[in-house]
Design a protein around this ligand. Sequence first.
Ligand SMILES: [Zn+2]
Length: 73
Amino acid sequence: MVNPDLLEILRCPACVREKEGHLKLVKDSWLICDDCGRKYPIVEDIPVMLISEGDKWQQTPEACLPIPPPHPE
Ligand SMILES: [Zn+2]
C-alpha cells in the first residue's frame, strides 16, 4: 500500500503549474491524471512521478495497464 497521506498531496508534475493535476489511484498500481491522462506507475509502493514515465503510458487505455507496473528503465 502507498501511504494515503502521500497520495493526498501528490499531483501530476506535468499539470500542476496550470491545472489541478489531480491523480486517480487505480488498483494500487497506477496514478492517472484527471487533466492530461498521463499514467504514473507505483513500483514497490513508490509512485514514480516522472513526466517521461507519464508520457510513456499516456495513450494506454486504463484497462490495458500492466499490473504490476514494470520497473522504469
Ligand atoms: Zn497531468
